[in-house]
Ligand binder design. Structure first.
Ligand SMILES: Cc1cc2nc3c(=O)[nH]c(=O)nc-3n(C[C@H](O)[C@H](O)[C@H](O)COP(=O)(O)OP(=O)(O)OC[C@H]3O[C@@H](n4cnc5c(N)ncnc54)[C@H](O)[C@@H]3O)c2cc1C
Length: 406
């Protein structure tokens, strides 16, 4: 007989763990388990990111991300302060290097204000006071930006969920999902469990699990590797907090930036290189199954053949192959940087949905079937949005499990 629960969550990243905790806080006594294919939690996006609590100026008003980011930022910082998760609340600067970038700062200011973020434009002199080694003619200051221990935060959420009664099954992968009447059956590599409701927050594999129940028809996952370099210890004093360039608003990537982490390192990056596999963390790692699946998609080719995307892809591959190109880009923000100040650091892979029309989907996406809820595009800054986003998913679970729909 399969083990039976009210709720099964798939994916032990920040979204799965935050959702599990939120459901149990809302409904003590719920029987629930979380299935994670890795032997530990948060080994993918939630443990391999910039560790920035974003401040709410990038997200287009009206999107789901915009709705959650400012509240999320305040709640994540509060959670870290009260649960001994390292957090450094030092603000973010987005720098305009010439007149043409001032228009972008104004757009970000307008977005931030519409989203309720604490943002202001500052002049060259104030920029110099805040970041003496940065170069720019003006900047957007987002005082609520912060650095935090993103993996520690995810583990703390999981710890609370465990304390509230959740079971965690680590090191087992979900292979199949079947909806059967008023239950859903989930087959993992080690057991079969059944539940009244399933929440899938499987990051890079979200679309594959959604297809098991006939969802994600319009979307496919395309992995983008974010490669970081970092400053050698003797040059870390060049950056006090976070220095971002004015972004290219056509793409959901933020450009090479310099970010002081909660433990005092300074990350430079990430790039955004098309990865040839969903777990291809190494520069030359290829997964033939993933690659063939991606190459068989019309949407992927529409994206790949668009001239804007190809120009960005070329730049990103150049930066990946020639570290000097990253140093050159970073020098646009901090001119004193030398090529030898940067060394190779970690990489993370972004789970980016692409629609069948070839668009990079730039918002959180949820699709539902009778017994399942699938988080399909938890892109940046989903870490920052995690607490209100988990409350939102909990409402969807509540409608199914404990609040009868009238
Ligand atoms: C390079 C990079 C930098 C980023 N920087 C920031 C930042 O500074 N601030 C911010 O707010 N956001 C940032 N983000 C975004 C943020 O990290 C993600 O939005 C967030 O971590 C997504 O969490 P998740 O739980 O959806 O996915 P994940 O953390 O990827 O978790 C999904 C989990 O599902 C598991 N899984 C997959 N398939 C199965 C299966 N079949 N069975 C069981 N388990 C399965 C995986 O092993 C994984 O642990 C960044 C992302 C990247 C890639």
């Amino acid at each position: 007989m399969p083990e039976s629960f009210d709720l099964v969550v798939v994916g032990g990243g920040v979204i799965g763990c935050a959702t599990m905790r939120a459901c149990l806080l809302e409904r003590p006594g719920l029987t629930a388990c979380l299935v994670e294919r890795e032997p530990e939690l948060a080994l993918h996006q939630s443990g391999r990111n910039s560790g920035v609590v974003h401040a709410g100026y990038n997200q287009k008003p009206g999107t789901i991300k915009a709705r959650f980011v400012v509240e999320g930022s305040r709640r994540v910082r509060e959670f870290c302060r009260t649960n001994n998760v390292p957090v450094v609340e030092d603000g973010i600067l987005v720098v305009a290097r010439d007149e043409s970038e001032i228009a972008t700062l104004k757009e970000l200011l307008a977005r931030g204000q519409a989203n309720g973020a604490c943002v202001e434009l500052i002049d060259r002199q104030r920029l110099g006071e805040l970041e003496p080694h940065a170069s720019g003619i003006a900047a957007l200051l987002a005082a609520e930006g912060a650095s935090f221990d993103a993996r520690g935060y995810t583990l703390a959420l999981a710890g609370q969920a465990r304390g509230l009664g959740a079971e965690f099954f680590l090191g087992e992968s979900v292979e199949d999902i079947h909806e059967k009447g008023d239950r859903v059956e989930v087959r993992t590599t080690k057991r079969t469990v059944e539940a009244k409701t399933l929440v899938c927050a499987a990051g890079l594999y979200a679309d594959r699990l959604a297809r098991k129940v006939g969802l994600s028809k319009k979307y496919r996952m395309v992995p983008f590797r974010g490669e970081y370099r970092e400053l050698v210890p003797s040059r870390r004093q060049l950056v006090r907090s976070h220095i971002y360039p004015a972004p290219n608003l056509k793409f959901p990537f933020l450009g090479v930036h310099l970010s002081r982490t909660f433990d005092g390192r300074v990350l430079v990056g990430p790039g955004a290189v098309l990865a040839l596999g969903r777990d291809s963390y190494g520069r030359f790692d290829v997964n033939l199954k993933d690659f063939a699946e991606m190459a068989g998609e019309k949407g992927f080719w529409k994206l790949f053949l668009s001239s804007d995307f190809r120009a960005v892809a070329r730049q990103e591959w150049r930066k990946s192959l020639f570290p000097r190109a990253v140093a050159a880009e970073a020098r646009g923000l901090v001119p004193e940087l030398k090529d030898e100040d940067l060394v190779e650091s970690r990489a993370g892979i972004r789970a980016q949905l692409v629609s069948t029309d070839g668009e990079l989907v730039d918002d959180l996406v949820i699709e539902e079937s009778a017994r399942t809820i699938h988080v399909l595009n938890a892109v940046s800054p989903a870490l920052t949005c995690s607490l209100p986003f988990a409350d939102h998913i909990t409402l969807l679970v509540a409608k199914r499990l404990w609040q009868p729909v009238p």
